[in-house]
Design a protein around this ligand. Structure first.
Ligand SMILES: NC(=O)c1ccc[n+]([C@@H]2O[C@H](COP(=O)([O-])OP(=O)(O)OC[C@H]3O[C@@H](n4cnc5c(N)ncnc54)[C@H](O)[C@@H]3O)[C@@H](O)[C@H]2O)c1
Ligand SMILES: O=c1ccn([C@@H]2O[C@H](COP(=O)(O)OP(=O)(O)O[C@H]3O[C@H](CO)[C@H](O)[C@H](O)[C@H]3O)[C@@H](O)[C@H]2O)c(=O)[nH]1
Length: 330
């Protein structure tokens, strides 16, 4: 019995690989390296370079390794890019997930865990957002994910496959043991951007909007440490294997930090100042996005271990620093 992790060479997937290996699971990764790195995959995992829509490859992996569960991270992840290139996002996130799910059904895989997103929710919902909040994605990215949730819901009725759709809020930080982190080139995520600036890899940080109706006027997000996030997946896997049934669950802490608070945390922890520019609002951004994650806590018995902004920033800074050394040694 083994678990197939798609996108295991990427940011979150590479942490998932370690989380399962640490628990003694056999892990197989399929990743086409569109944005991931083969070196990011733990050496104890079996790596296949390939596409999730390559049904011949995926069926071979399922049969050869006795895959009982798939954790599906592979996808295209840049929200504004999805607005510019919707067809590419529907292709990679929706069509290719459909193909993967078909391979799973045909290969007899029983459990499927899917990377969904808070971007499925309608703007202006009452916070914190629980899973029953109105879904109405504002972008092709969010819609490409919601469509996969719907496919899974329908497939779980027709076939012996159950699923967990986990809606992530803002994922940040790095493995506290320093084995994995976010290495994505040109990442736009706030914590990554701020860490790069603190280490002199960027000239400055733009604050996108200082006139929101929030405590200090900047955007507020529910930042979840990537190690807590992958733990939710492991618990969801346990839940499905134990016959707990399909579920949709938010992944967040239930409270947020502002853009300015993230910047101050990075200044404090790095001991370095860096220029900050007040820029206009970024199109499509909301003032505040906060999760109600009571379901994950109750149904999956999840208890966060790293719910602290400074811990998140410290781990991300340590990883970023290591990346700089790796690049200068290369
Ligand atoms: N980072 C976040 O804050 C966040 C928030 C919500 C949801 N998610 C979701 O989590 C998942 C992982 O995100 P991430 O931040 O680790 O991104 P990432 O870009 O680091 O990882 C994605 C991985 O998938 C691989 N990939 C892409 N398309 C593929 C395909 N067709 N076949 C095989 N491999 C493919 C890439 O090479 C990469 O290694 C994504 O599905 C994303 O939508 C991320
Ligand atoms: O250089 C930057 C980058 C971001 N921000 C601000 O920081 C906050 C967070 O922005 P991110 O780009 O880090 O993340 P988003 O909230 O836009 O999006 C993230 O959370 C979404 C769910 O809410 C989706 O899951 C998506 O995949 C994921 O990237 C926003 O207020 C944004 O305006 C800045 O001020 N400057």
């Amino acid at each position: 019995m083994a678990v197939l992790i798609t996108g295991g060479a990427g940011y979150i997937g590479s942490h998932m690989v370690w989380e399962l290996l640490d628990c003694g699971e056999d892990v197989v990764v399929v990743d086409n390296l569109a944005s991931g790195f083969e070196w990011a995959v733990a050496p104890e995992a079996t790596f296949y370079r390939g596409d999730v829509a390559d049904s011949r490859l995926v069926r071979h992996v399922i049969a050869t390794h006795g895959i009982d569960a798939i954790i599906h991270f592979a996808g295209s992840v840049v929200v504004p890019d999805s607005v510019a290139r919707p067809l590419a996002y529907y292709e990679n996130n929706t069509c290719k997930s459909r193909a993967l799910i078909e391979s799973a059904v045909e290969g007899g895989v029983r459990h499927f865990i899917f990377s969904s997103t808070a971007a499925v929710y309608a703007a202006g919902g009452i916070e914190p957002l629980d899973e029953d909040a109105l879904v109405a994605p504002q972008t092709p990215y969010g819609m490409s994910k919601l469509m996969v949730e719907q496919i899974l819901c329908d497939v779980a009725v027709a076939h012996p496959l159950d699923y967990a759709a986990l809606r992530y809020f803002n994922v940040a930080g790095a493995d506290p043991k320093g084995r994995a982190g976010q290495s994505t080139a040109g990442a736009t995520h706030l914590v990554k951007v701020v860490c790069e600036a603190a280490l002199g890899k960027r000239s400055h940080v733009d604050i996108f909007g200082t006139d929101y109706d929030t405590s200090d006027g900047t955007g507020v997000r529910d930042f979840i440490h990537v190690s807590d996030l992958v733990r939710v997946h492991r618990l969801a896997l346990q839940h499905l294997r134990a016959g707990g049934g399909s579920l949709i669950a938010n992944c967040g802490y239930g409270h947020g930090y502002s853009v300015r608070e993230v910047i101050e945390s990075a200044r404090k922890i790095s001991g370095r100042d860096f220029p900050v520019r007040e820029a206009g609002r970024r199109p499509g951004d909301l003032a505040s996005v906060i999760a109600d994650a009571a379901r994950a806590r109750k149904e999956l018995k999840w208890a966060p271990g790293f719910d602290d902004l400074d811990d998140i920033v410290e781990s991300a800074l340590a990883w970023e620093d290591g990346l700089s050394r790796k690049n200068s040694a290369a």
